[in-house]
Design a binder for this molecule. Structure first.
Ligand code: PMP
Length: 374
């Protein structure tokens, strides 16, 4: 098997798993209990929170541990919308959001919120002039993915933040799920920011929302006290410690891992460009971990299935999106429905080897012949 779907999921580091195991085994107490074992567990959760805040250079934010980015995105979007409904019910988002952002927005739309989607330019990036035009006095929230999970495009979030800063009642939520560990840590400009452990060798089921302390949220879950009023439930000490460990490794090794992945990406681009029918959808300045392509008019799903039959795992759009609809990101850069329907994504890791790329290229060649003749 050759795994080239690291943007959907990464295997946890052994050290991360060990941190989880040891924390859970050595700390039998409930972190909310006011006794020695409880306080010991709470101390670990708090120290993970403090360390993550330092790592993310976010002294003005609270770290809210969640079950992943889906929960963090829901908490930020519904939480901000509900808590600012007296000020306005207008939200600006993008057409390239993950379903964990677009679905809560659809939910809010049904409840009477007005949602506008900013235009994406031919470079795959948010059109800043359009953003400026869309923000109104009653806009309470703007959302954007820092890195688009389909193409790997890095969005101009800093420039977006400058525009949003001109509207003091408007909050900025950044979905950094596909960005963390791949590009610069950037939290100073975000009112809320989500990420997920299983995208950077942490444990699936761990994630967080950074919340600027001046931003209030209506919580998703109602329950007892915890480390925060925004997320009830017994704090999961093992997950908090393991997330901290995975985040620390991601930041420490960012440059060296990116160098490895960039070399793999260049190699792959150069070998695939020998095929006349291959169109590259990822821009050259995307994160190197993602290479999205379209091959002739062959549907992305058909290519994925043919590769899967040969033990190669790639993805069509994101794992959580609806099948058989054209990719919105690819449509935005190409305005070509067929190209958007035939796109698929190879995602790389520092763990990927040249041998794996060789195996992939051999399978790619076989699949192309089979699908062209089929
Ligand atoms: N946002 C983006 C951009 C994602 O790629 C994903 C995962 N595919 C999510 C949010 C949801 O993350 P989780 O799996 O942690 O719920």
């Amino acid at each position: 098997m050759v795994y080239l779907d690291y943007s959907a999921h990464t295997p946890p580091d052994r050290e991360v798993m060990a941190a989880f195991m040891n924390t859970e085994l050595d700390n039998p107490g409930n972190a909310n209990s006011p006794h020695a074992y409880g306080m010991q567990a709470m101390e670990l959760v708090k120290s993970a929170q403090n360390h993550i805040r330092d790592l993310m250079k976010a002294p003005d934010h609270e770290v809210i541990f969640t079950s992943g980015a889906t929960e963090a995105n829901n908490l930020a979007i519904k939480g901000i919308a509900e808590s600012s409904r007296h000020r306005g019910k207008h939200i600006v988002s993008t057409p390239i959001e993950h379903s964990s952002v677009s679905a809560p927005l659809s939910y809010l739309q049904e409840k009477g919120w007005e949602i506008d989607l900013v235009r994406i330019g031919r470079d795959g990036k948010v059109d800043l002039e359009d953003l400026e035009r869309l923000i109104r006095d009653d806009t309470v929230l703007v959302t954007c993915p820092y890195v688009d999970g389909e193409l790997g495009t890095i969005q101009p979030v800093r420039e977006m933040a400058s525009i949003i800063a001109g509207h003091p009642g408007c909050r900025f939520h950044i979905d950094a799920t596909q960005a963390f560990g791949k590009t610069e840590v950037l939290s100073d400009i975000a009112d809320t920011l989500s990420l997920s452990g299983h995208k950077f060798y942490g444990i699936n089921g761990s994630g967080l929302l950074l919340r600027r302390k001046t931003v209030s949220l209506v919580p998703l879950l109602n329950g007892g006290a915890s480390t925060t009023v925004y997320r009830s439930g017994t704090p999961a000490a093992g997950l908090a410690v393991s997330l901290d460990k995975a985040m620390t490794a991601a930041v420490e090794h960012l440059e060296e891992r990116n160098r490895l992945v960039s070399a793999l990406n260049s190699e792959l681009r150069s070998r695939l460009s020998e095929y006349r029918k291959v169109l590259f959808n990822s821009p050259e300045d995307a994160v190197p971990h993602i290479l999205n392509i379209s091959v002739g008019n062959i549907k992305g799903k058909d290519f994925q299935q043919a590769l899967s039959a040969r033990g190669i795992c790639v993805s069509v759009k994101s794992a959580c999106s609806v099948d058989n609809l054209p990719s919105r990101s690819v449509f935005a850069i190409s305005r070509d429905r067929k190209r958007a329907l035939s796109s698929w994504r190879i995602s790389l890791s520092h763990l990927t080897t040249t041998e794996e790329l060789n195996e992939f290229m051999k399978a790619f060649d076989d699949c192309l012949k089979e699908l062209e003749n089929g």
